[in-house]
Design a protein. Structure first.
Length: 78
């Protein structure tokens, strides 16, 4: 796989292992995530599976999910 950095094209990571807890949302244009070796989490848009992929640590994803559950990301919806 070589060096994977923030913004690496998601297609470099292959098609296997991507998951979307939001299956069916937004007409098929939804975030998908994979956790390759090394522990980081890679995110891509399902509508652009070869596009740039942000890479985050588990603690960054955890903080976002916890904040979203607490309503702290609601401003993104208005």
């Amino acid at each position: 796989m070589g060096h994977v950095h923030n913004g690496t094209p998601a297609g470099v990571l292959g098609a296997e292992g991507w998951h979307s807890p939001w299956s069916g949302a937004n007409g098929g244009n939804r975030p998908e995530a994979v956790k390759p070796p090394g522990g980081r989490i890679v995110i891509r848009r399902s509508a652009d599976p070869d596009g740039p992929a942000p890479i985050r640590t588990p603690s960054e994803i955890g903080a976002f999910v916890r904040g979203a559950k607490e309503g702290k990301a609601d401003f993104l919806l208005s």
